[in-house]
Design a protein around this ligand. Structure first.
Ligand code: AMP
Ligand code: ZN
Length: 466
């Protein structure tokens, strides 16, 4: 089966091919650790997680690097405003970020390089760009990239750059698409930087944000690699500038596939830290939402379309999650986990699901196929009509789905044998209508950390979250 991905650089879907057979080198722009990441950020990170898991499921070996932006305009400003050393501030938010990743069942990257650990590579790249006339040093010791000298400048974002483009300079890391300008590679030291600076051939200063990602991606993945991802707001100026710096430095094509996910919205505005219209993972946890519900909400829309967030849609996420959990529980209850491997074959519906995923990760259509399959299998279960072959197929499809969407926490559904023994005793007590014994056993099970519910399918236990 062939995988097609929408490549922002080509402005169309393309057949995915790797540089080295069956090996994918993947770089994803990571968080700027001056505040908590919000669920808008996690829309992008979950899209990347699904992409990576899908590649792995399709037989690729993936080397994944995600950077941590721990020095830029925003981190420095925050550390000065709060009177906290930069390192303490960024370490705190980096840790919170990793905790959120774990909770969201996002697979770990192979490397999380920090910008502050990559200064020597950054200085090496800037020096080379100056010698190749792609960059110049200003009187104050700041270094700028000269966009007119890089012929491909503007191709990724589709910006018309011509001779009339002004050679004005921009010092800030973020700026508007309407004003493409020479951008900063190295910022000379200003009082407002406090104690944050490094020595360089151009005097003391610090790197611009864009060069950080060029240095870290090339440093960890090599001069040319397969996929580079981010949110759509990264296309300009960040990724446009990354291409200019990296290709100016190496003279080689930097990245084959550029993938960008659209924004998570609050009403009509992009969810963002600066607009203060964001939700954090901590907040959703406090309200008792589960990671699987948020993953559903973020994957029920296609990654290239805007998606609106609301607490109402989170509630729907909870209901959907419960439906999938019930389905997997029913399969486990029928012995799906102990089935002979020969019975684990994909049903036809799973092939359709895979076709949708191979079509630029069409998660909404893939989910629809999975849900109609659940309905069919649930009907067979209701009619007590699911034979071992059908059970094996259902379990195979569920496993493929869950390996990628990671919604159901199987550890929560699988119960230790000691609990199973107590459940068997309770079943006997209930058959004899000995409600007192039944309640006592329920309490014993609770003490062991599990809740029992009595459903039409029998007793169901769930691990109690602490
Ligand atoms: P930051 O921590 O601001 O550097 O952002 C980390 C990632 O989140 C980047 O790839 C952004 O493009 C992405 N991002 C920021 N806001 C949103 C949003 N509302 N929806 C989706 N992705 C976002
Ligand atoms: Zn980046």
């Amino acid at each position: 089966m062939s995988l097609y991905l929408y490549n922002t650089a080509a402005k169309k879907k393309q057949l995915f091919k790797t540089i080295k057979e069956k090996n994918v080198r993947l770089y994803t722009c990571g968080p700027t650790v001056y505040d908590y990441s919000h669920i808008g950020n996690f829309r992008t990170f979950i899209f990347q997680d699904v992409l990576k898991k899908w590649l792995i499921l399709s037989g690729y070996k993936v080397k994944h690097v995600m950077n941590i932006t721990d020095v830029d305009d925003k981190t420095i400003k925050r550390s000065i405003d709060e009177g906290i050393p930069l390192k303490d501030l960024t370490t705190y938010y980096e840790q919170r970020f990793f905790e959120d990743l774990d909770w969201l069942k996002i697979a770990k990257a192979d490397f999380y390089p920090r910008a502050t650990d990559s200064i020597s590579k950054i200085v090496e790249m800037i020096s080379a760009l100056i010698s190749k006339k792609y960059a110049y040093v200003e009187k104050d010791g700041s270094v700028y990239f000269k966009i007119k000298n890089f012929k491909k400048y503007g191709e990724l974002s589709g910006l018309p750059i011509n001779n009339s483009t002004k050679s004005a300079r921009v010092l800030t890391d973020e700026y508007d698409k309407d004003s493409p300008q020479d951008f900063v590679l190295w910022k000379s030291y200003k009082k407002s930087d406090g104690i944050t600076f490094w020595e360089s051939p151009w005097g003391k200063g610090r790197p611009g944000w864009h060069i950080e990602c060029s240095a870290m991606s090339i440093g960890y993945l090599g001069e040319s690699f397969d996929i580079h991802c981010g949110g759509v707001d990264n296309i300009f100026p960040h990724h446009e500038n990354e291409i200019a710096q990296s290709e100016g430095f190496t003279g080689k094509k930097f990245v084959n596939f550029w993938l960008h996910s659209e924004h998570l919205m609050m009403d009509k505005a992009k969810m963002s830290k600066s607009s203060k219209n964001f939700f954090t993972i901590e907040y959703l946890k406090e309200y008792g939402f589960k990671a699987g519900a948020l993953r559903y909400l973020l994957l029920c829309g296609h990654y290239r379309h805007k998606l609106k967030f609301s607490l109402k849609s989170m509630l729907k996420g909870n209901r959907v999650l419960e439906k999938i959990e019930n389905f997997s529980f029913r399969l486990i209850d029928k012995g799906a986990m102990g089935l002979d491997k020969k019975l684990l074959k994909e049903p036809e519906d799973c092939k359709i699901f895979k076709n949708h995923m191979n079509n630029d990760l069409d998660t909404p259509k893939a989910l629809a196929v999975f849900f109609s399959y659940i309905k069919k299998v649930n009907k067979s279960l209701d009619d007590n009509n699911l034979n071992k072959v059908a059970l094996g197929r259902a379990w195979t499809f569920f496993s493929i789905f869950n390996d990628v969407f990671s919604m159901v926490d199987l550890n929560e559904l699988i119960v230790p044998s000691s609990i199973n023994n107590l459940l068997a005793l309770r079943k006997k007590a209930r058959a004899k209508k000995d409600w007192k014994a039944s309640d006592e056993i329920r309490n014993l099970i609770k003490e062991e950390g599990y809740d029992v519910e009595d459903s039409v399918d029998g007793q169901r236990v769930k691990k109690i979250k602490i």
